[in-house]
Design a protein around this ligand. Sequence first.
Ligand SMILES: CC(C)(COP(=O)(O)OP(=O)(O)OC[C@H]1O[C@@H](n2cnc3c(N)ncnc32)[C@H](O)[C@@H]1OP(=O)(O)O)[C@@H](O)C(=O)NCCC(=O)NCCS
Length: 169
Amino acid sequence: MEQDETSLPAKAVKESQSEMVEMVLPNDTNPLGALLGGRLMHWIDLAGALAAHRHSRSYVVTASIDHLDFLVPVHVGDVVIFKSSVNRVFHTSMEIGVKVWVESYTTGDRRHVSSAYLTFVAVDRHGRKRPVPQVIAESDEEKRRYDDAARRRDFQRAERQRRMDAKKA
Ligand SMILES: CC(C)(COP(=O)(O)OP(=O)(O)OC[C@H]1O[C@@H](n2cnc3c(N)ncnc32)[C@H](O)[C@@H]1OP(=O)(O)O)[C@@H](O)C(=O)NCCC(=O)NCCS
């Protein structure tokens, strides 16, 4: 019988919550010493994949990244902290939330830089999609993210459909 996500033991959100830290070096910045947006997106993708790998214990591919706002500038020498967690699992896909802070290492002050939602799809070594264990949302915050993830998925699916229809027209 083919395995589905209901036959895999569910895991708590905290089991795969991840943190990644990067120091901004000159090669990460523009000529004014400000962090390149593309580099931040790359790190967000990696931080998200970390939680997705840990939850699914599988290879994963990035299916989508939602829009990104860059709320405060980040400069060469700054420390950037990425926290990622699984918001919700569907079947072969999971929504991961990544929140980014910049920390001043002289004062320890942290400022919120960006938040993103990414969808990863679990695949085997041949690239075939595979089911992902369900996630157990325990805290009120985790439950809110779990509920919101379903609304985002519905919205994104409707948007994808609309774009596909527009291409055909
Ligand atoms: C993502 C990918 C595996 C989906 O494959 P597919 O055959 O189109 O998948 P399906 O339509 O059967 O959907 C499979 C799952 O992916 C989800 N999915 C597919 N496209 C998606 C998208 N654009 N955004 C979010 N989720 C998506 C579906 O909702 C479904 O989730 P579920 O199983 O949890 O219900 C495939 O499009 C792919 O390999 N893309 C390239 C990924 C990649 O290379 N990423 C790196 C970027 S360079």
